[in-house]
Design a protein. Structure first.
Ligand code: NAP
Length: 345
């Protein structure tokens, strides 16, 4: 089979090579999928830059989400059958013609789901579901701030907060994105390139505060966000996209410092807090929760409650362009990369 290997850390143009490799075989509880398309996630950019500790060593096949047909199942798998069209969360290995997934991370989907919609559900929507409904337990009338609201996870979080009838604030970095997040339902879009997001939120809220903040950017936005929470509020820190701007150890330490320093007694006194989330860890230590989140997002999409937006479609030979697009911060929603199925006939 063919796979897009990450062979070098650094700029996308020199990072990937499509190579022939051996088709994997499923273990008793695993499923082998013939991949129609795979998704990009911001973590892939971090992995390509050598900034993602959990990524496999080079040469590596990245990739967290795939859509395709089940071609082989392990002997203990009962809930999925050969021939079904599925979306799946892979723990790497997704940038390939055939990918392996644990059976509890594979979900049957209708033929009507486009490849982009299908892969958006695997990592971005299941992460958002876990954040919004498990961790944050969003309630009607909550004031919610979503950073990178035009991105894949941001689009999903917005739709989930709106479903709970929350008031949604969203940040982004361009006027095109402001238009996009407004269309997605954000009540208060904030272009942080035009002014301080903290001041913008404060101006709208007056003496009120936020109940939940979803922050994948990290550094000083966490420190600033924490101040905007009211009693009972929590900030969910789930990424450090800011880190890709710095290569030196000093730069990384500066970003770490900018998060601020907190003691649980502060949280106690002010009745607010900060929580970190790593969905890979949840998948490892509490797979049932992640599995339920995935099942829920597939159902909610079938019911028309969730509407993943596909912001870019590329072929596998354009993988560098797809990475550049995501890294450029111009992308909105999910980016999907398709294999030409002809190559396998
Ligand atoms: N913890 C977890 O388990 C988990 C799971 C999934 C995703 N994540 C994290 O969630 C975030 C969103 O992931 P995604 O795949 O949906 O990506 P995405 O939001 O579609 O793309 C990343 C966005 O982050 C914003 N951003 C802010 N600062 C940036 C910087 N210095 N460099 C690049 N982008 C920056 C940009 O939007 P603006 O320019 O509009 O701000 C950019 O479009 C990422 O940080 C990712 O690592 C975490």
């Amino acid at each position: 089979m063919k796979a897009a290997y990450l062979i070098k850390y650094g700029s996308a143009g020199i990072a990937f090579e499509i190579r022939e490799t051996v088709k994997p075989r499923p273990k008793p509880n695993q499923i082998l999928i013939s991949v129609e398309a795979f998704g990009l996630n911001f973590a892939d950019v971090m992995a390509r830059l050598g900034l993602y500790k959990a990524a496999p060593r080079l040469p590596a096949i990245l990739g967290y989400d795939v859509v395709g047909k089940v071609v082989e199942i392990g002997k203990e798998v009962t809930r999925i059958k050969i021939g079904e069209r599925v979306t799946a969360l892979t723990r790497f290995g997704g940038y390939a013609e055939y990918a392996i997934a644990e059976s509890n991370m594979v979900f049957t989907i209708p033929e009507t789901f486009s490849p982009g919609v299908a892969v958006a559900l695997a990592t971005q929507y299941s992460t958002a579901h876990f954040l919004a409904y498990n961790m944050a337990n969003l309630q009607e009338n909550d004031n919610v701030l979503i950073h990178a609201a035009a991105g894949g996870v941001g689009t999903a979080l917005t739709q989930m907060a709106l479903h709970k009838k929350c008031t949604v604030f969203g940040t982004c970095s361009s006027s095109d994105k402001v238009k996009y997040i407004r269309q997605n339902g954000v009540h208060h879009p904030i272009n942080y390139k035009e002014g301080d997001f903290g001041e913008a939120v404060q101006k709208i809220l007056g003496n009120d505060g936020l109940d939940a903040i979803f922050d994948p950017v990290g550094g000083r936005s966490v420190k600033k966000g924490y101040r905007l929470l009211r009693a009972g509020g929590r900030l969910f820190s789930f990424g450090v996209s800011r880190m890709n701007q710095t290569k030196s150890i000093f730069g990384k330490l500066r970003v770490a410092y900018q998060f601020g320093f907190y003691h649980p007694l502060q949280f106690l006194g002010k009745s607010k807090g900060i929580v970190g989330i790593n969905i890979l860890k949840v998948g490892e230590e509490n797979p049932e929760k992640l599995s339920k989140a995935m099942e829920a997002v597939v159902q909610m999409t079938e019911q028309g409650i969730l509407k993943p937006h596909v912001g870019g479609e590329f072929s596998v030979t354009e993988i560098a362009e797809a990475h550049i697009f995501l890294e450029s911060r111009r992308s909105m929603g999910k980016i999907v990369i398709k294999w030409s199925l002809k190559s396998r006939l």
